[in-house]
Design a protein around this ligand. Structure first.
Ligand code: ACM
Length: 529
């Protein structure tokens, strides 16, 4: 019996070795060899391997300084490591060695960090807690995927020796979730936030209103949520966030160092609001709720004063709920608003955003009006966008409008990968993994001054997406590539090398229960499929 158990245990470890070898997709490495420091996504700015690895053991402590924010990052790391290692991993301000998180002056900026690993410990140093948090994501990816499991695993828990010094290329590395076309619960949004954090995404743009649903409670206009939020594409029950729900999303995002950017899309994409309040319509007649997927048929009434009272109330309440700097006012596809009315509307609405202390973000059609000073325009055109439209965006950028790049035929995560993809849309074409990754935000729109590009964002429109599995299948494996475009230098950009690093992520997605698309463009190992 004893003998039999030992044999089983031996078989078990052999199996683990075999699995570890097969999922790397490369030459089988001994199970105990640590992940190379340059295997991380997004690619770090500088990697210097060398020296002995660090091994997390039963005796490892997570050392933090006295600050609350550093301790929070330490506790976050401990929560990831404890279930799989089975170790106590106390988070403490005492002693030396082990895993150390320290705030210090240095060339790290708001989000950069340095990670030093050797026999005596791993130290992550940053100027700000966000840098420590991003360094922890790097550490996480350097540990075996099994570290993500929620039951005790055999280890060993090795971190390769050497130094990583890392800062992001862009300050805006966003992901958008459309919670209007289909509603997503607070728990579903949190799940996505955790997936975004793993790749150092730092903005969560929530598309809170559209023709098919109004998703945020506004006390001064209660029917927006209770009636305007009562359905969704396909006629399902929809839903909305109470103010407490929204605050919980903001709090959770903040704990993962993401800033929430709320969007109220105006003056088009407003059928849910128009259906809720007849007075908002030019003709005073409320249209029915809408559960289809057409765009461009609705408009707030630019000529009525009540429109601006409404906008003022909504922006005031939303700004008060939102600690972040930005408020997105949409502005896309206003096909039922005359150009004159569009310009008038934007001229009146942008100062309201400023009045409540926020910076305007709008889809790039805002550049067809007069973007407020400091406003950001989110470019969602594609290769086929007219030269005239691109020229307007370039001119606005030359005049000081910052750009967030979300080209639809590159980073719209709701575009099908191929014509066989069961979910998603294809109006911007099919977007396989390589196409999504293989472009340079810094050179994308010729004529745009370098400093005008503030970063990239990957929108996820939800006409066809109803749950987390759907969102994940469209996000993975493209999302890590967008994250890398936002974080890593243009010089590090290399599809051939990237696809190998991407393949190595699959085992972690499997452990985390993330749905993903097995793109034939990526050399997944035998265990990745
Ligand atoms: C958009 O896709 N209408 C911004």
């Amino acid at each position: 019996m004893r003998q039999h158990r030992r044999t089983l245990r031996l078989l078990g470890s052999l199996l683990l070795v075999a699995m570890a070898a097969s999922v790397t997709g490369a030459a089988p490495a001994p199970a105990a060899s640590p992940t190379p420091l340059d295997r991380v996504i997004p690619a770090p700015a500088s990697v210097t391997p060398g020296g002995s690895p660090y091994r997390i053991t039963r005796g490892t402590h997570i050392r933090v300084d006295g600050s609350r924010e550093t301790r929070d990052v330490g506790e976050y790391l401990a929560k990831i490591l404890r279930p799989s290692t089975g170790y106590r991993l106390p988070v403490t301000a005492q002693g030396a060695g082990g895993i150390r998180l320290r705030l210090a002056e240095g060339p790290f900026g708001a989000e950069g960090y340095r990670l030093d690993s050797g026999r005596g410990g791993v130290t992550i140093t940053a100027a700000k807690p966000a840098g420590l948090f991003h360094g922890v994501q790097t550490l996480r990816q350097l540990l075996p995927a099994a570290v993500e499991k929620d039951s005790v695993q055999p280890g060993p828990w090795l971190v390769a020796g050497g130094t990583i010094t890392d800062t992001p290329r862009y300050g805006w590395r966003g992901a958008m979730l459309d919670v209007s076309r289909h509603f997503f619960t607070v728990e579903q949004v949190k799940r996505y936030i955790d997936q975004l954090a793993l790749y150092k995404i730092n903005k969560l743009h929530l598309h809170l209103s559209d023709d098919q649903g109004w998703r945020i409670a506004i006390d001064s206009w209660p029917r927006l949520a209770t009636y305007g939020g009562s359905t969704e594409v396909g006629g399902g029950p929809g839903g909305f966030y109470t103010k407490a729900d929204y605050r919980e999303i903001v709090r959770y995002a903040s704990s993962r160092h993401l800033e929430v950017v709320p969007e109220i899309d105006m003056p088009g994409h407003t059928n849910a609001a128009l259906a809720s309040y007849a007075d908002l319509n030019c003709d005073g007649v409320a249209p029915p709720l809408y559960t289809g997927t057409e765009v461009g048929f609705s408009s707030l009434c630019a000529g009525k004063d009540i429109t601006y009272d409404f906008v003022d109330d909504v922006i005031r309440e939303l700004a008060a709920l939102t600690p972040g700097r930005y408020l997105h006012i949409g502005g896309d596809e206003a096909h039922s608003t005359s150009h004159e009315d569009y310009v008038k509307f934007m001229d009146r609405v942008q100062p309201i955003v400023a009045k409540y202390g926020k910076t305007v973000v709008g889809w790039h059609q805002l550049t067809g009006a007069t973007p407020a000073k400091g406003a950001l325009a989110q470019y969602w055109g594609l290769d086929g966008t007219s030269a005239e439209e691109k020229a307007r965006v370039v001119k606005a950028a030359q005049n000081g409008t910052g750009l967030i790049l979300s080209p639809a035929d590159r980073v719209y995560l709701d575009m099908k990968y191929t014509k066989e993809t069961p979910l998603g849309l294809s109006w911007a074409g099919y977007v396989e993994v390589k196409r999504s990754y293989d472009w340079d935000p810094g050179a994308y729109l010729p004529g745009v001054p370098g400093g005008a590009v503030r970063g990239v964002e990957a929108p996820m429109w939800s006409e066809t997406l109803e749950n987390s599995e759907h969102v994940e299948f469209m996000a993975f494996p493209r999302l890590p590539g967008v994250a890398e475009l936002g974080w890593s230098s243009a010089a590090s950009h290399d599809w051939e090398r990237y696809k190998g690093r991407l393949a190595a992520q699959a085992e972690r997605w499997n452990v985390l229960g993330i749905e993903w698309y097995r793109s034939p463009q990526v050399p997944w190992g035998a265990g990745g499929g």
